[in-house]
Design a protein around this ligand. Structure first.
Ligand code: MLC
Ligand code: AMP
Length: 513
């Protein structure tokens, strides 16, 4: 029987000459470091053997919160190779958030930074995790120490297309995060479609400057390069100057809009610097038309914008091949081959071309459901099994998809999702707080920024700076409001509902010139 393990397909795409460089580090301890394809083969085999030796139960989750490193990428590949389920966690998550994820996912293995071992292991052992390893970005820690003693020969464990490969937590409208269950088939089908659609080649060089705990950096970028047998220039932390310096050696770059905004602010960004590049791709948040136009003027390259989600990987893309159409700013292009995308009104009735409604999708890329949340899963699918994205948009008569808003109460700041309900819950638990409202407002750098309005209880004195400081220890830093206002009350309509649109209007120029 065919082995549908995603690792098998990625491994099959390695070049014949395993001594070629697969990844070159551009920053971090010891840079530049050169990892060959053989290093990836051997390193993932040793890590997979380490996992295999732990005799974990079938379907065991391996939760990972570490700094970005090539070894961390190898760990992801090793989890696939060993047939377990990878669960990446944003490094910004604080103890209470990690406690929820570990409690909810019940991983058998947790890997964390050495400096966090104390509190992470306590949470993990309390939740029943059997093994906690450490991994730092300088290749130290117990994970690699143990893997060094394992064999570098390993046969990828057989997996079916429908077997789980990863769980990605995405915030929920009610404040509780949901684990999106992605299968080997979801990830591989999407990676193959993107390889063809974007014309990936073995002589491509990708500048990888995104975090590897979300869909964009972990799947879209890494799978793209690996499936093409193409080299990556690896930045652990995005630095616009460093990226621009390396463009003359590269052919592909991927980023959230904030990365493009920051590169445009660098005088060194020029046509000449980009002359060797084949493709610039943007996604995860709306790319402003101003950024799209300015980029074309400064570099001579038209950014290709695409659209996706944790639950679905990539859904639509502007064309790469000019014969299929232009790359149109303000749109996310066409549904990818094999992806069904339709627009429905709130009652579920189909809408004609050009009309705005809810975006629903179907395809081999669409996830299996939310981890241990069957009711939530059922709610988010239509009766004919299309997934309700929570995005609002239209499909033009010429087939281009545009996203015009969201029906979900979501803020996207610098490519990270923030659900207002989660931040409000946290603020409302603080002493002296009667209630709060959190909204997203335009931000020149992050696209949107989180702003909170807080109402004190009668007689209580609240201080915005103290609220910010308290939030920093409880939620990831990108969720912490960039401004906190203390007001006597919140604007409400006749029904008593908080009018967030009025707050957005009031603060709309806070972070833009
Ligand atoms: C950092 N900060 C942010 C932030 N990132 N604030 C709001 N939104 C963000 N995204 C704040 C920190 O809280 C900190 O504040 C200060 O900025 C410096 O932190 P830093 O870590 O040094 O920031 P920096 O390196 O500049 O990070 C900015 C960034 C990063 C844009 C490089 O946010 C990033 O890598 N974003 C990419 C996210 C991504 O990969 N998304 C893909 C999701 S997948 P203070 O006050 O503590 O000093 C998905 C599906 C799809 O959506 O379609 O792809
Ligand atoms: P996440 O939950 O992090 O996977 O975020 C997915 C959400 O990001 C989508 O539902 C969209 O709202 C948004 N998104 C992704 N790509 C784009 C894009 N190109 N334009 C607008 N929004 C996008």
């Amino acid at each position: 029987m065919k082995n549908h393990n995603l690792f098998v397909a990625l491994r099959a795409a390695f070049p014949a000459d395993l001594e070629r460089t697969a990844i070159e580090t551009a920053d971090g301890p010891g840079a530049p470091l050169y990892y060959t394809w053989r290093d990836l083969e051997r390193g993932t085999a040793m890590l997979a053997n380490l996992l295999a030796g732990l005799e974990l139960p079938a379907g065991a989750r391996v939760a990972v919160q570490t700094e970005k490193s090539v070894e961390a990428l190898m760990l992801y590949l090793a989890v696939l190779r060993a047939g377990y389920v990878y669960l990446p966690l944003n490094t910004a998550y604080q103890a209470a958030e990690i406690e929820y994820f570990i409690g909810n996912a019940e991983p058998s293995v947790v890997v964390c930074a050495r400096k966090h071992f104390g509190w992470v292991s306590k949470i993990a052992f309390n939740a029943g995790t059997a093994h906690v390893f450490t991994l730092d970005d300088d290749r130290s820690g117990s994970l690699l120490d143990r893997a060094a003693m394992c064999s570098d020969q390993h046969l990828p464990v057989p997996r079916a297309e429908n077997d789980l490969a990863a769980i990605l937590y995405t915030s929920g409208t009610t404040g509780r995060s949901k684990g999106a269950m992605l299968t080997h088939g979801n990830l591989l089908s999407n990676a193959r479609v993107l390889k063809d659609y974007w014309g990936w080649r073995s002589d491509d060089v990708l500048i990888h400057a995104l975090p590897i705990f979300h869909v964009h950096g972990l799947f879209v970028a890494s799978h793209g390069a690996l499936l093409a047998g193409a080299k990556m220039i690896w930045l652990a932390k995005f630095d616009p100057r460093k990226v621009i310096e390396r463009l003359p050696e590269a052919t592909v770059f991927m980023g959230v809009p904030t990365l493009y905004v920051r590169m445009l602010a660098e005088p060194s960004l020029s046509r000449q610097a980009c002359a060797h590049m084949r493709l610039f791709i943007a996604g995860s948040a709306p790319l402003l038309i101003e950024t799209f136009n300015e980029w074309a003027e400064r570099t001579g390259h038209v950014i290709l914008e695409r659209y996706g989600m944790s639950e679905t990987v990539m859904l639509s893309s502007n064309p790469y091949d000019p014969a299929q159409g232009e790359r149109r700013g303000g749109t996310v292009g066409f549904p990818l081959p094999g992806v069904g995308l339709r627009i429905r009104d709130d009652k579920g009735h189909p809408l004609p071309a050009g009309e705005i409604g809810n975006i629903e999708v179907k395809g081999p890329n669409v996830f299996k459901g939310y981890w241990r949340m069957p009711e939530k899963t059922a709610e988010d699918f239509t009766t004919d099994l299309w997934f309700k994205t929570g995005d609002v948009g239209k499909v033009g008569a010429d087939g281009y998809v545009s996203i015009v808003g969201r029906s979900k109460d979501l803020i996207i700041s610098g490519g990270y999702n923030v659900y207002p309900a989660e931040v409000e819950d946290c603020i409302n638990q603080m002493p002296g707080v009667a209630e709060s409202a959190v909204v997203g407002v335009r931000h020149a750098d992050f696209g949107e920024a989180v702003v909170a309005v807080v109402v004190p209880k009668p007689g209580a004195a609240l201080d915005g700076a103290a609220i910010t400081a308290a939030l920093k220890s409880r939620i990831a830093n990108f969720k912490v409001p960039k401004a906190v206002f203390v007001l006597a009350d919140l604007p409400r309509n006749a029904m008593g509902k908080v009018q967030k649109n009025l707050l957005r209007e009031q603060y709309k120029t806070l972070f833009v010139a």
